[in-house]
Design a protein around this ligand. Structure first.
Ligand code: NZQ
Ligand code: ZN
Length: 386
């Protein structure tokens, strides 16, 4: 097992009715920016629950944070905070609102041009505005991690940043909020969380036995409940397990002491930046082709995954690994994913060259757990995904 440090200060408040606890989590004299997205929180009663729980607080609302949050929009929130001298941010929404608030929290106190946080990928160690979250869409794990992904409209770049100072102080996860999610978003959440586990699990055999078993447990649970929760998001048992799986998939726990990949995400982010394909759907497109191209590197772990997660009976490693990839694609299809770029845009012919050029400019010439995903492999993976 590799050496590791585990630091996660998020107070995770999970369960039905927990939004009512907000007033015990935010200081009474705080001047709060309540940040949200396109308005789903007004339709499903979450806004009403939040404002009721915060009766008596000084609240300024800031709506309009987009899915795949935009730098340009977030900077407007920074202006509001400065102008009104606010001192606490509450994110109410999905991963995009939470990621957006992480950026606002860092940008508002940043000395220099905040765009550098993204373009120079500055690690945020201190000097942020405290914030908490009310999660309404299980998927990203952003409620319990210190990462964020923000898109710059002007340059069409989707860039990640993070650091120990952008953990939420608390996150309220009430599975009842899942009930109002469109089927498509539930499907996205399942596949995003599934791929988060794969990025941290599907590498090569190592000595971290417990991490593998936890990862396999999350995958098995997502397979067990995924199709059903997409059909019945109001089923509390399904919603609660879905929500906890998503948090556990990317709160740092299964990543400790193991090699990780993350190339599926790096390539997938470009597809969202170029074509606005939903994040999870980009992962369903790229992931299986990446496993095929990196077959020799990943086949032992693919075979383990096939046998333990999908009950593949095949004793031959190569055959078990291939079957595991096919099972994964089938699962993505069951979860409503289209797995080709051409399913989403007709204008895809130059995608591979464009992504390779971008990666080259950024110096991303060797990705993956063995740093052997070179630019020619990226090109092949993307072309196989057309
Ligand atoms: O904007 P509103 O009106 O709230 O509607 C949202 C949005 O349209 C809607 N929604 C959210 N909760 C709802 C709801 N509709 C009805 N009922 C509810 N309870 O769902 C839509 C999508 O929301 P969004 O927040 O964009 O989705 P998600 O949570 O999947 O977040 C995706 C973003 O997170 C990033 C992605 O790249 C993408 O930008 N990621 C963040 C990560 C992290 N911070 O660790 C890791 C991930 O790999 C990912 O990259
Ligand atoms: Zn993801």
């Amino acid at each position: 097992m590799l050496n590791f440090e585990l630091y996660n200060p998020v107070n995770l408040v999970f369960g039905r009715g927990q939004i009512a606890k907000l007033s015990s989590l935010i200081p009474k004299n705080a001047k709060v920016l309540l940040a949200y997205g396109g308005g789903s929180i007004f339709n499903n009663g979450v806004h009403a629950q939040v404002t009721e729980a915060l009766t008596g607080y000084d609240i300024t609302e800031f709506g309009g944070i987009e899915p795949n949050p935009r730098y340009e929009t977030l900077m407007k929130a920074v202006d509001v905070i400065r102008e009104k001298k606010l001192d606490f941010i509450l994110a109410v929404g999905g991963g995009s609102v939470i990621d957006g608030v992480k950026f606002i929290s860092a940008a508002v106190k940043f000395e220099g041009d905040p765009i550098d946080i993204l373009q120079k990928r500055i690690r945020i160690e201190n000097n942020t505005m405290p914030f908490g979250t009310v999660l309404t869409l299980p998927a990203t794990g952003s409620e319990m991690n210190s990462g964020s992904v923000v898109t710059i409209n002007k340059t069409k770049e989707k860039l990640s940043f993070g650091g120990p100072a952008v953990f939420p102080q608390f996150s309220i996860c009430d599975p009842a909020t899942v009930a109002s999610l469109p089927k498509k978003q539930v499907q996205n959440g399942v596949v995003d969380a599934f791929t988060h586990v794969m990025e941290q699990y599907l590498t090569y055999p190592h000595d971290a036995l417990l991490q593998d078993r936890i990862a396999e447990g999350i995958l098995q649970t997502l397979i067990e409940i995924g199709p059903a929760v997409a059909e019945n998001p109001a089923d509390y048992k399904l919603a609660a397990n879905f929500m906890w799986c998503c948090t556990m998939a990317l709160n740092g726990l299964i990543q400790k002491g193991v090699p990780t990949d993350w190339a599926t995400h790096m390539i997938g982010h470009e597809l969202t930046a170029l074509y606005e394909i939903d994040h999870a759907r980009t992962l369903a497109i790229i992931g299986p082709n990446l496993y095929r191209v990196l077959f020799e590197t990943k086949k032992e772990k693919l075979a383990q995954y096939g046998r333990r997660v999908w009950n593949v009976m095949e004793t031959d490693t190569d055959k078990a690994a291939l079957e595991a990839i096919e099972k994964t694609v089938q699962f993505f299809h069951i979860m409503g994913m289209d797995t080709k770029i051409s399913n989403y845009t007709a204008d895809y012919k130059n995608t591979a060259d464009f992504i390779v050029k971008r990666f080259e400019e950024r110096g991303w010439k060797a990705l993956g757990e063995r740093q052997n995903i070179t630019l020619d492999k990226v090109k092949t993976i993307v072309e196989m995904s057309y």
